[in-house]
Ligand binder design. Structure first.
Ligand code: ATP
Ligand code: MG
Length: 346
């Protein structure tokens, strides 16, 4: 039987994972779900933020579902380790408005595709001692290296085009800061337009353009309907997707997928939310929509679509919502409402 690894993690990660598994129970799926450990609590119990066994399980699974973890200063980040180990080079974050949810705009529906393996997430940082201070050896300088390769840039832009074709999207915007980071963002932009040219003959209906990251941050507020697919490097994508989440109702509604040639890793965009941990207030929808993305990846298209539909219907009814959406329902109320709705449509 095919396997799915589940890593609940810390804080609300555990709460939304429980909700997600409750939803999965309603579906007639042939997968073995293997529970694995990672995160802060795992570090306290077994001295590592991500045990080898977890990595092994994830590698032999058809997909991995991740809750959230509380970061451990000076220890390696489990999610970044997993992204590297599984070589999931593309991070997809849909930004979509839902009927029944208060948001700044209606009819927003775009996809942020973020390069997932390099950029400032290479985590190559160093301390340096400046010349005049060498004697008293004070660290006065810190450096972070930002690695951008032609290979990874081309691969993520290719992925953006394939995603556009598959999902009938008509415009791809490359986001960069090439006026300042001429070499690194230069190669990203150049790779994008090379890929765009390659696809333009067969797919002239897909438009390509590019914006600076700062301008994009503004356009997301002034004309978000203009976007269809955004393709960008690691940190820019991270920041823009939180901004995007804010545009359409917050982190409680924002799912994500990390996709590679073989593996898929699915997680809500939000973190472990220590401020609401243990209160039963976490919105489970970001996790439930991440499960929908996982099922699409596993070619369980019907269930994937029906989960989206069930979430849409529950949000539209405006009867049940967690506090982040202005309601006073609990995580379990929202989960059960979605489960009931889902069972009525499958
Ligand atoms: P971490 O270091 O784990 O990322 P954080 O403090 O950055 O933790 P996030 O989880 O990123 O916290 O959350 C940011 C804000 O969004 C917090 O106020 C949190 O309560 C809220 N939030 C995050 N996830 C949810 C959720 N599922 N439901 C409701 N509110 C959430
Ligand atoms: Mg956070």
């Amino acid at each position: 039987m095919k396997k799915v690894t589940t890593i609940a993690g810390d804080g609300v990660g555990k709460e939304v994972m429980e909700a997600g598994l409750t939803i999965l129970e309603s579906l007639d799926l042939n997968y073995d779900f293997i529970e694995s450990k990672a995160g802060f609590e795992c570090f306290q119990n077994c001295g590592t933020t991500i045990p080898e066994e977890t990595i092994k399980n994830a590698k032999k699974s058809a997909a991995t579902l991740f809750g959230a973890i509380t970061s451990t200063p000076s220890e390696k980040s489990p999610i970044i380790t997993l992204r590297k180990e599984l070589d999931v080079f593309a991070n997809l974050r849909p930004i979509k408005t839902f009927e029944g949810v208060n948001s700044l705009f209606n009819n927003i529906d775009f996809l942020i595709i973020r390069e997932n393996t390099e950029g400032l997430y290479s985590q190559i940082e160093s301390f340096e001692k400046e010349e005049e201070n060498k004697k008293n050896s004070k660290i006065t300088k810190t450096i972070a290296k930002r690695v951008i390769t032609k290979n990874a840039s081309t691969k993520i832009c290719e992925f953006a085009y394939k995603t556009a074709i598959k999902n009938n999207r008509k415009k791809i915007t490359c986001v960069h800061k090439e006026n300042i980071l001429k070499k690194t963002d230069g190669i990203f932009k150049e790779s994008f337009y090379k890929v765009a040219e390659k696809y333009s003959a067969k797919h002239p209906d897909i438009k390509a353009n590019d914006y600076y990251i700062d301008a994009t941050a503004m356009y997301l507020i002034t004309k978000p309907q203009e976007f269809d697919i955004i393709v960008t490097s690691n940190l820019y994508g991270d920041i823009l997707s939180d901004e995007g989440a804010g545009l359409v109702g917050g982190l409680g509604l924002s799912p994500s997928a990390n996709i590679g040639d073989k593996n898929g890793l699915f997680e809500p965009v939000h973190g472990s939310a220590p401020d609401i941990e243990g209160k039963g207030l976490a919105n489970p929808i970001a996790m439930i929509l991440s499960i929908s993305m996982m099922l699409e990846f596993l070619k369980e298209d019907f269930y994937s679509k029906q989960i989206n539909k069930a979430v849409e219907n529950v949000l539209k009814s405006k009867k049940i919502a967690t506090p982040d959406l202005g309601g006073n329902s609990k995580t379990s109320d929202v989960t059960m409402a979605i489960k009931k709705e889902l069972e009525s449509i499958i």
